[in-house]
Design a protein around this ligand. Sequence first.
Ligand SMILES: [Mn+2]
Length: 393
Amino acid sequence: MGTIKILHTADWHLGALQNIPFTTEYKNRKIGIRLFDIFERIKQIVKFAIKNRCKYFLITGDIFDNHAPNMFIKKYFSIEINKLLDNKIHVIILIGNHDTDGIIHALNDVQHLLNHSKYLHIIDKYKILLIGNIAFHCIPYKHKVDYEGLVLKTKQQRLLKKDYYDILLAHLGVQGADAGAGVRFLGADVSVNQLSGFHYVALGHYHLAQKIGASLSQFKANQIYFAGSIIKLDMKETTVDDKKSFNWIKLSGDEVVVRQIALQDRQYLKLKIDFDKLIKIFKRMKDDKKIKILNNEIKSNSIIYLIVTVSKADAVSFNVAKFIELFKKIYGVLFISIVWNIVRVVNKVEIKKSIFDDVELAFDEYMNSFPPKADVDNINKIGHKLITSLDSL
Ligand SMILES: [Mn+2]
């Protein structure tokens, strides 16, 4: 029996961070930079799978960021998945907590249309999928489901036969594993011990790529992995030096070999800074000078969030649009957003904290509808107008 190759990825979160505005200068694409980044990573993973003759492509949940992704996102998703299906690769997709609102999930429509597809498997309830000599034990997210019970139940259904494999796929939390930032508790975590005894355990939910259960050496096959997200999704993740990756698994005889294949991500920095310091940087930039900001080396094409604390009572003239323009030029960053952290009202003029949220809201509305291209220009105009209205401060 030859080697069986399996790719494991998870937590694509298509639709997350899509509303980062003002990307018109980026390759002339009017989509959010981070959404574009997710697309790029998916392309890279799909290409790898096809080139390396993958047989099973596993996505263990949270493909989408919510249960009703817009048509643009679904179209892109379909194009990539179709490439895999064209190459006769089995694609097994687990529904994660982000993919559903408890009533419908993001792939309900596709699922019903593809009941007879041989290669596409959309799993929204507990199921053992038997393909060839592999039993895929699937535990997708379900509200108030008994994860422990299901793991135990499916364990009893293992094939446990020579040249047959048992692979567990699940979207859940695990006690003791690193949940990282921005991940919801799903009601009950399972223990690592409960996950032992499979040839490979493909997990989704935690965004930090990690192998767990290193202590379970008494089990012959002990390969339990969270594939992790494919880009940094939460601003809190910027403090964690986690490398994004997907897993490439080779099964042959008794051997299970797992490689983590690295994915590149752009620099994504969140910097806290006082308004005074911001003014200083602004002055230096006007002289074409680049100064170090809080000891951070800013790489080109990065995304920067400046959290600016305003606490002084004096009103200072500050041209936000000009600042952003200069900052982009001098530091070579792709995107910069300023979040105002107002400690006190600045001399009669109150900076509206929600002003940037309005732009994001406008983008959200656009992305969740399906308007003609012209509307994007319009929203961009509104966005710029909101920012320029801050100029007088
Ligand atoms: Mn999840």
